[in-house]
Design a protein around this ligand. Structure first.
Ligand code: F6R
Length: 365
């Protein structure tokens, strides 16, 4: 089943061009420039009434939710909150009857996510699942939902499920946007861009050899910082989580500008900072955050767009990714970070598919 790959994690990273395609297959409606879902089980009137969305999840799925928050708010102009399921289940925040809830989960069995979802459902909110495993507890108990169709994810560290969750949340932003503020041509542009993503991921995966070299240079470090802004802030969190989980290196993700409010104290010659810095509206601001780290002699690994010479000057090592619109960047920028975690864990002799202390689905509270 592993084929040419040494581990499930690597196989699943390389499946992403296909798994992303499977997430949007049959769901793009060119005539109406929108997305279509078979299983939402809500009629258009009900959907139009929704004035707030709560996304609830744990771990990597929670990071996908953060990306979703940015994209849904941008395109659908609906306020979104992302809640840790473990907190939401006990927190009881005020939620109007027009709030729709999505539980995001690869396994569909995560105990906290299930409990948070049950609590929202009990209160009468439309409660849906964005889920990979068909027929799982969360998929069965939700009022409706959207499957990822990513195929089985065996590696304990979630990879392809993340990019599929982000794809589905982008489709949701398109769909909710088109029943509100998003124009027909804007919807068409999103569809055309989404169709290009499998190829963009294929191109991104070509960085594998470069990532191996970088891993050899840094694998003995004991601390890493991951920094990004806007859509790439959740990517920084996710990159740090991947490294922690499988290589047991301490890593923290931050919005890059938060550095100066504390974490910059950690920067020294032994602490690499991974900057996720593709071209974006506030690119110059991220560059100045890089300069702050460099001034303190912190090694910099950058994820940047092809041909970015400015970043090449500032960083010690650069991994290039294709240039895509900002809202689509997390799908490409997360890939080199998955590979980096994988290669570093291998060099440290860790069991990448079955890291210590972790289980594929967390069915206890
Ligand atoms: C990280 C990871 C975990 C899961 C989390 C939620 O690589 O695998 O953080 O993302 O336990 O799991 P699901 O998505 O199955 O609810």
């Amino acid at each position: 089943e592993l084929g040419q790959f040494e581990h499930y994690m690597l196989k699943e990273i390389f499946e992403q061009p296909t798994s992303i395609e499977n997430a949007f297959r049959g769901r793009l409606d060119d005539d109406e420039a929108t997305a279509r879902f078979g299983g939402l089980n809500l009629d258009p009137q009900e959907l139009r009434r929704i004035d707030r969305i709560v996304l609830t999840a744990c771990g990597t799925s929670w990071h996908a939710g953060l990306v979703g928050e940015y994209i849904i708010e941008e395109f659908a102009r609906i306020p979104v909150e992302v809640e840790y399921a473990s907190e939401l289940r006990y927190r009881n925040p005020p939620m109007s009857e027009r709030t729709m809830v999505f539980a995001i989960t690869q396994s569909g069995e995560t105990a906290d996510t299930l409990a948070a979802m049950r609590e929202c459902k009990r209160k009468g909110h439309p409660t849906l699942a964005i889920c990979n495993v068909v027929g799982s507890s969360i998929a069965r108990e939700a009022d409706g939902g959207i499957y990822l169709h990513a195929g089985p994810e065996v590696g304990v560290a979630s990879t392809k499920a993340f990019t599929s969750q982000v794809t589905v949340l982008t489709l949701l932003a398109l769909f909710m946007g088109r029943i509100r503020h998003l124009s027909y041509p804007a919807g068409q542009r999103m569809i055309a861009n989404l169709r290009k993503m499998p190829d963009k991921i294929r191109q991104t995966l070509e960085c594998h050899n470069r990532v191996k070299e970088i891993a050899r240079k840094y694998y003995t470090a004991e601390n890493f910082l991951y920094l990004g802004r806007l859509h790439n802030f959740p990517v920084a969190l996710e990159g740090a989580l991947k490294l922690k989980e499988i290589s047991y290196i301490h890593a923290e993700g931050y919005p890059a500008a938060e550095m100066k409010h504390g974490p910059i104290a950690l920067v020294d010659e032994q602490t690499p900072s991974v900057f996720v810095v593709p071209r974006c509206q506030i690119y110059p601001k991220v560059i100045s955050n890089m300069e702050e780290v460099r001034a303190r002699r912190g090694p910099i690994i950058a994820i940047a767009c092809e041909g970015d010479d400015k970043v090449a000057e500032l960083a010690d090592d650069v991994i290039y990714v294709p240039d895509v619109d900002e809202y689509l960047q997390p799908m490409v920028t997360s890939v080199p970070l998955q590979l980096l975690a994988y290669e570093i864990a291998l060099l440290r002799g860790c069991n990448v598919d079955r890291p210590r202390n972790l289980a594929k689905s967390v069915t206890v509270e």
